[in-house]
Ligand binder design. Structure first.
Ligand code: CP
Length: 309
């Protein structure tokens, strides 16, 4: 069987094109499993996975838990707020204690950029990065690219626009790396205060003109304004942000083509996008969530098979 070139999933940066294609091919198989009346396979019966979430999450945490359970893994969910972290225990000590109970894989969400890589230097288990601060969110990028591939048949050659708060977005960074590896053309659009200078070095076009950018793209991935990571005002008010960079029916009605809209969630409805757009037939937001389970099953399976082999 083909194997991934990595033993952990710390960032998209570490994956080759072959790795991404391998994950997509297993995600296709697991999508078929998820259509069956019995959606469970015994593949990870001997594997125990701990979901360590040091930051709030709805989609990623539940998606990993469902993926693990569909693969018959033993699952334990760790919540930072009810753990001994509140008594000052470190991330490394927390992970080492959990792993000493014969846990095989850790899924880690943490507010510190680089947390997954840092932990991987101190423990020998498999680590999957479920989002580390503003650094990377590799499983989100994989499920986003997989959703685009399912919608269009390919990612190569498509024009993908990422709109909004790029500066604080691990989703944006991971998406850009993943989409470029798959041969998409990527442009970002948002207020200059929310677009870091290093983006042009990533081979990404930067635009501050939403209307022109929307005319250019096939897919518009709308990002959440991450108010919780902003300690200063990056734009005058939500209303002014919406007027200039929010997606609504008025600014797409004259585009002259059908765009596909994506959003990683959670959505600030009425700020970065209006409900008439994100709930429309052109939105694939819930397909992204659905596809996330099969993509995460593929990642868990491929990484677990490296422990077993
Ligand atoms: N997309 C995403 O990471 O959502 P959650 O924060 O709810 O996991």
């Amino acid at each position: 069987m083909k194997q991934l070139s990595v033993n952990n999933l710390l960032g998209i940066e570490d994956l080759s094109l072959e790795d991404i294609e391998l994950i997509f091919s297993f995600a296709d198989s697991f999508s078929e499993v998820l259509k069956r009346p019995i959606k469970k396979v015994p593949t990870l019966r001997d594997i125990t996975v701990a979901n360590l979430f040091f930051e709030p999450s709805t989609r990623t945490r539940i998606s990993f838990e469902i993926a693990e359970k569909r693969l018959s893994a033993d699952v334990l969910n760790f919540s930072a707020s009810t753990s001994s972290l509140t008594k000052g225990e470190s991330l490394i000590d927390t992970a080492k204690n959990i792993l000493s109970m014969k846990v095989d894989m850790l899924v880690l969400r943490h507010p510190f950029p680089g947390a997954a890589k840092f932990l991987s230097r101190h423990v020998s288990s498999v680590i999957i990065n479920a989002g580390d601060g503003s650094h990377e969110h590799p499983t989100q990028a994989l499920l986003d690219a997989y959703s685009i591939k399912k919608k269009f048949g390919t990612v190569k050659g498509l024009n993908v626009l990422i709109i909004g708060d790029i500066k604080h977005s691990r989703v944006a960074i991971s998406n850009i790396i993943c989409l470029k590896k798959l041969g998409a053309n990527v442009k970002v659009c948002g207020p200059s205060t929310l677009i870091p200078k290093f983006l042009s070095e990533m081979g990404v076009e930067v635009s501050y003109n939403l209307n022109e950018s929307l005319k250019w793209c096939d897919v518009a991935n709308i990002l959440r304004i991450q108010f919780e990571r902003q300690n200063i005002n990056f734009f005058p008010s939500n209303r002014e942000y919406s007027m200039q960079f929010g997606i609504n029916f008025d600014n797409i009605k004259n585009i002259g083509k059908n765009l596909v809209f994506m959003h990683p969630g959670p959505i600030n409805r009425g700020v970065e996008v209006t409900s008439d757009i994100i709930d429309s037939d052109n939105s694939i937001v819930l397909d992204q969530v659905e596809n996330g389970v099969s993509v995460r099953m593929a990642i868990l399976y491929l990484l677990a098979s490296k422990i077993k082999s």
